[in-house]
Design a protein around this ligand. Structure first.
Ligand SMILES: [Zn+2]
Length: 372
């Protein structure tokens, strides 16, 4: 096991939930402090308030990963007699850094929306509103047949060749490579000034654009040749689409009133608001963590019978009613599922890397609403 700094931990986090998945308006990333110091404990929270910072201090965590950005609108000043100014002051005084992953964590496979869909035990889950896809590349690399297995393994480990649920996909064909080492060369095979013929494999793998430099680096470091021959092609296809919200089917249809009770239990909330006929049968469910008012049409387009989302406003609720889309609003705070999900994902990622760091789940209840 080895110590890690904040930068190394966040690099692992962003391999899962990259900032490019975030909406344009969303201020994700490091908000307070710095990442260039050792971190042994990370506190995971939905929101950052003073009680959460006190919890971090008490538990010895010097990095907080939050879902909701603590500095959402630009601050023009830091007055330490205001709640927000005091929060920044307290973090800095105690060397606590705060990092926010908001809509990028909603979009990330296995992030907030997938966590909610899995709580609802949905089947055949799809993205509700696609927001981003990556360009796709093909790498073709030529290597002596005896080294092809090792090179294929290195390429797979670097993330190349992932297609849908399949990892390490590649295609090989065998042929003859020819080269003449010139003066100054230090050839792995052959002699200076003599034409060499080698039986080589051409290994082809696809990879998403953002992995290009990582895969290239891995290939060059594993290839036995001094000057490996390779081609990168831009493909016409793109990667699968990532996006906000999820749509899936319940195991079996149920009445809206029964579904509302199910949601209370599945998402651990004391009450929900519903829109629609309580006896309507629902089977196809759309779910979006946070505020989903502006996504009712996307839910309807995807054929959902019911849309589970928070912060539903009056006019959007009326519009949903008119389009026969039932709504179950369990509130915004159900996004707290991210605490468990992020801790689990990051514990595993850090264990694989051999980082000695623990992830603490915040126990502060940041839900502002009470039901009476
Ligand atoms: Zn939210």
């Amino acid at each position: 096991m080895k110590k890690a700094n904040g930068y190394e931990i966040i690099t692992l986090f962003e391999q899962w939930s990259p900032k490019r998945y975030a909406e344009d308006w969303d201020p994700v990333g490091l908000h307070i402090g710095q990442l260039n110091r050792q971190v042994e404990k990370v506190l995971i929270t939905l929101d950052v308030n003073e009680a959460v910072v006190d919890e971090a201090i008490e538990k010895g965590a010097n990095l907080i990963i939050a879902h909701h950005p603590p500095i959402f609108r630009p601050m023009k000043n830091i007055w330490t007699d205001t709640p927000q100014g005091r929060l920044v002051e307290k973090c800095i005084k105690h060397d606590i850094s705060v990092y926010a992953a908001h809509t990028n964590l909603d979009v990330a496979p296995g992030g907030v929306n997938d966590l909610l869909a899995s709580r609802l035990k949905l089947k055949n889950i799809e993205v509700m509103e696609p927001t981003i896809s990556d360009s796709l590349y093909k790498l073709a690399v030529f290597c002596p047949v005896e080294h092809a297995d090792e090179l294929r393994e290195v390429l797979a480990r670097s993330g190349a060749g992932a297609i849908g649920d399949y990892a390490g996909c590649s295609f090989s064909s065998t042929g003859t490579g020819r080269f003449t080492p010139s003066a100054g060369a230090d050839p792995f095979i052959g002699e200076i000034g003599k034409m060499e013929e080698v039986t080589e494999e051409r290994i082809e793998v696809v990879l998403p654009g953002p992995l290009r430099s990582k895969v290239l680096k891995a290939m060059l470091s594993a290839h036995p040749y001094e000057e490996p021959a390779y081609d990168f092609f831009v493909l016409d296809q793109r990667t699968e689409e990532f996006g906000l919200g999820r749509v899936g089917a319940l195991q079996e249809a149920m009445e809206l009133k029964e579904f509302a009770q199910f949601i209370k239990g599945a998402l651990d909330v004391p009450a929900v608001r519903i829109v629609g006929d309580a006896s309507k049968l629902v089977r196809k469910v759309a779910v979006l963590g946070g505020s989903g008012s502006k996504y009712i049409r996307a839910a309807k387009r995807k054929g959902a019978d019911v849309f589970v989302t928070g912060d539903m406003d009056f006019h959007s609720a009326q519009e949903a009613e008119l389009m026969d889309l039932a709504i179950v609003d369990p509130g915004h705070h159900v996004e707290k599922v991210m605490i468990e999900g992020v801790a689990r994902h990051m514990e595993q990622a850090c264990t694989e890397k051999g980082y000695e760091v623990s992830f603490i789940k915040s126990e502060i209840d940041t839900e502002p609403f009470r039901f009476i």
